[in-house]
Design a protein around this ligand. Structure first.
Ligand code: CAA
Ligand code: NAI
Length: 699
């Protein structure tokens, strides 16, 4: 028999209803039914004076069970449960701790009172799943904290601390122990009076009189958002809280929720939610394998990446030693780190005093013996194989036995680097993305000899740093850059065939990326790719010509665009248009008008094709890992779910047909649809079906 998911204890007139559904007390069907049952029994008992809603385990409820979304609803719905707590004839008190999220917070707001521990955090993060709070959240939160604060919280999905919640009126008291605190709080209230949130009008009255403040807060909250549906729905629904009667507001909220939950955007965002968590699961890894503790770390090279990587360690509370070739380089690196922290403090992203606190975790040295005790060492020196081999040979001699030794290389062979040590099983790639202290993606490159232990440790450290780790195989460009290279090739071709940088960028921007590829190139510096091309003996006619003219992008004020007087806004440059035309003419290419649809296809389908090859070769474990790489490393819009999810929406037969067409028109055999894509399309399947057969066989 399965364990009961809700526990009811009725002692001394106090009924404690406790949800017990690990890991996060999500409000699935079984929990909802049991909650209703427990509440009915508690309310019916004449001895009961107060009803406390609590949770067991590590947190109060994290909300609706996301796995139920998109499936036929099963009664009782969360609405009904919340309604019953709201209508209960006896006072109900929610006892919050951990993270009270989404439907969990909506349930708590359906109670008459709320108490929370001082470390508790609460929020309505539904917007991050492409939804709006669909169980009364948009109607009750404004009644508790006011529509201005509510719209900011709901559109951002950010968590609210217990302290702010108390100050704003979301909770009634901060307590030490949730249940005991709720019992103590119960003594301070009149047990015959129930205060329903729905009936409270004081916080919405000012917006009813003058909505200007709300409209300003709503505009501010949605200012930077493009293409996404959910935030606007959140705003409209919060507005209903002070323009419509409660029941009507609730009904409208429900309609909007149903519309969003059935839509592709929310499906995509839910896909990424689970994909991110799935990426941590490595097939074949021994169950229960514990990551090795990392109590101190070292980073070799204090340049652009080394400094950022070291900041990640310090941000996770891990002391870190930076190693450089000389004192001047070391000082420059440490100064850059300090400046970056100072900027974050100035912007309010970090509290005052954070710079000193984080810098206290840094040590700098030119003496390699100082890193002998580090549990993890990450190398981030120049991208030169001979140098890396030499560094790893030296690390082999210095690093303690069992330390994880990682390279941040973006293009070199991790196996070749690993075999310059006598302990290749401790070596892997930890490929951070620039700026390393900001970008969330961490590709963990497993070499042929990398041990499960070192991979598990790298994943754990990545998570502690707040990164999203994805384990990938060792090949040129790994997953992300290997796919990006396909897009870069098409960028050049599109210019030669007839497009302009601004047209291509506009299409990519409209798709939902934060930046187009040409503006991105200008930001990163065109000279980087130029140097790599020269080294590899390859050409890119337009980009080469720009670089030959000293147009390296933003840093020289000119690249694919022009940047006047230090501006960072790309302005189209007629000189570039002329240069593109001249280059095309020199190569005998007749330029033509290219449609936005063609641009979009060529900016995405070749990458999708490469994703399929990456899967065929086993470089990525599963399609959803590739989606996570693109969402967290390259700004693929989360509401489009990543390249593989998007491909399934478009339909693989279409993609296969278009790729064959472009292979034909460009003469590039690399654009021929891969075997996997062709096979899946022929079988009427999608990326979502990849590996299913194998999984079923294993089960
Ligand atoms: N539904 C179903 N499963 C959930 C879940 C949920 N709401 N929240 C977490 N889980 C699962 C995760 O998938 C994970 O499963 P696996 O171990 O099988 O991978 C497990 O619970 C643990 O989750 P995390 O690894 O994320 O644990 P954490 O401690 O790092 O984080 C958390 C805990 C902060 C609660 C985080 O899980 C989280 O943010 N969850 C989502 C919360 C959320 O978005 N709630 C709103 C739901 S929508 C809603 O409520 C709609 C409505 O209005 C009715
Ligand atoms: P960088 O040139 O900014 O920094 C390299 C640093 O290494 C310099 O400070 C140099 O003094 C130091 N160094 C060189 N030899 C050393 C030695 N023997 N001992 C100690 N320090 C030494 O380079 P960047 O951009 O930080 O790149 C570092 C690595 O990270 C490269 O492998 C690169 O491919 C990779 N990478 C770079 C990304 C980027 O966007 N810049 C992104 C992801 C990876």
């Amino acid at each position: 028999m399965s364990q009961p998911v809700v526990d009811l204890d009725m002692t001394n007139g106090i009924a404690v209803i406790a949800i017990d559904s690990p890991p996060v007390n999500a409000l699935g069907h079984a929990v909802r039914s049991a909650l209703l049952d427990a509440l009915t029994r508690a309310e019916a008992d004449p001895a009961t004076k107060i009803i406390i809603l609590a949770c067991k385990g590590r947190t109060f409820s994290a909300g609706a069970d996301i796995t139920e979304f998109g499936k036929p609803p099963r009664d009782p719905g969360l609405h009904e449960v919340i309604e019953r707590f709201d209508q209960c004839s006896k006072p109900t008190i929610a006892a919050l701790f951990g993270t009270t999220l989404g439907g969990g917070l909506e349930l708590a707001m359906g109670c008459h009172y709320r108490v929370a521990t001082d470390t508790a955090r609460m929020g309505l993060p539904e917007v991050k799943l492409g939804l709006l709070p669909g169980a009364g959240g948009t109607q009750r939160l404004p009644r508790l904290i006011g529509p201005e604060k509510a719209v900011a919280a709901i559109v951002s999905g950010k968590m609210i601390s217990a302290k702010s919640a108390l100050a704003d009126g979301l909770i009634d008291a901060i307590v030490t122990d949730p249940v005991q605190g709720a019992i103590d709080f119960a003594h301070t209230i009149d047990p015959k009076v129930t205060v329903r949130v729905r009936d409270r009008a004081d916080k919405i009255a000012p917006a009813q009189a003058d909505p200007a403040g709300f409209e300003q807060a709503a505009a501010e909250a949605t200012r930077r958002l493009r293409g996404v549906e959910a935030p606007a729905a959140c705003v409209n629904s919060v507005r209903n809280a002070f323009t419509l009667p409660f029941e009507q507001g609730l009904a409208a909220e429900r309609d909007m929720f149903m519309h969003l939950v059935m839509g592709d955007q929310s499906r995509a965002q839910r896909h990424i939610f689970f994909a991110e968590r799935e990426a941590q699961k490595i097939p074949g890894m021994e169950p229960g394998l514990k990551p090795a503790p990392v109590k101190s770390a070292a980073v070799i090279g204090a340049g652009t990446m080394g400094g950022g990587i070291a900041m990640n360690f310090a941000n996770a509370g891990i002391p870190v030693t930076l190693v450089e070739t000389d004192e001047a380089a070391l000082q420059r690196g440490l100064d850059r780190v300090r400046d970056t922290y100072d900027i974050s403090v100035k912007r309010g992203a970090l509290p005052a005093g954070a710079t000193a606190q984080r810098m206290a975790l840094f040590a700098g040295t030119t003496d390699w013996s100082r890193i002998a005790e580090a549990d993890m060492v990450i190398e981030a020196v120049f991208e030169e194989m001979d140098l890396k081999k030499q560094i790893f040979g030296r690390l082999d001699a210095v690093a303690k036995s069992g330390a994880v030794i990682a390279t941040n290389t973006s293009t070199l062979d991790v196996d070749a680097i690993a075999h310059s040590t006598k302990r290749p099983s401790d070596v892997l790639g930890m490929h951070f993305f620039s700026p390393a202290n900001v970008m969330k993606l961490l590709e963990i490159v497993r070499g042929e000899a990398s041990s499960h232990q070192s991979i598990a440790t790298a994943i754990a450290v990545g998570k502690a740093m707040g990164k999203v780790p994805v384990v990938v195989g060792n090949c040129d460009g790994f997953v992300g850059n290997r796919m990006l290279a396909r897009r870069t090739t098409e960028c050049e071709r599109l210019l030669l065939e007839g497009a302009l940088p601004q047209q291509v960028d506009a299409v990519v921007l409209n798709f939902g990326f934060p930046m187009g590829p040409f503006a991105m190139g200008d930001l990163a510096g065109l000279d980087v790719g130029w140097r790599i091309r020269k080294h590899r003996g390859v050409t890119a006619p337009i980009s080469d010509v720009l670089c030959e003219q000293g147009r390296f992008g933003q840093k020289t004020g000119r690249g694919y665009y022009i940047y006047e007087n230090g501006s960072r806004t790309p302005t189209p440059d007629p000189e570039v248009a002329a240069l593109i035309e001249a280059t095309a003419a020199r190569l005998g290419i007749t330029r033509r008008a290219i449609s936005d649809q063609e641009i979009l296809e060529r900016m995405t389908y070749p990458m999708i094709n490469e994703a399929a090859r990456i899967l065929e070769e086993g470089i990525a474990i599963r399609p959803s890992d590739i989606d996570v790489v693109w969402v967290y490393g390259y700004g693929w819009p989360v509401w489009r779910g990543g390249p593989c999810f998007h491909a399934d929406l478009v339909g693989l037969p279409t993609i296969v047909e278009r790729l064959a067409h472009y292979a034909n028109t460009t003469g590039d055999v690399g654009l021929q649809p891969s075997d996997l894509l062709t096979q899946l399309a022929a079988e009427g399947k999608g990326f979502a079906d990849f590996g299913k057969g194998a999984k079923a066989a294993a089960a």
